[in-house]
Design a protein around this ligand. Structure first.
Ligand SMILES: [Zn+2]
Ligand SMILES: [Zn+2]
Length: 74
């Protein structure tokens, strides 16, 4: 799935565990928020599948129930 840089709209390059903008030379990571309780979700990637887990609700969240946003890695 393509993601665009929030700053310059360049398509980000995916690099192992983060996203990189070659234009801004900035690294981003994807953050997921639970739409039930607003807690930051843990991203579980296993066997090519990616899942989101909410430690507050104590359950896995389907993609449709997750709001994702890109945050700059400092
Ligand atoms: Zn950029
Ligand atoms: Zn939750």
């Amino acid at each position: 799935m393509e993601r665009l840089c929030p700053a310059c709209n360049t398509v980000l390059e995916y690099q192992v565990d983060h996203w990189h903008c070659s234009q801004c030379r900035t690294d981003y990571r994807l953050r997921g928020l639970c739409n039930t309780c607003g807690t930051e979700l843990e991203h579980l990637a296993a066997c090519g599948a990616s899942n989101w887990f909410c430690p507050q609700c104590n359950e896995l969240k389907s993609k449709s129930a997750v709001q994702t946003e890109l945050v700059v890695i400092s």
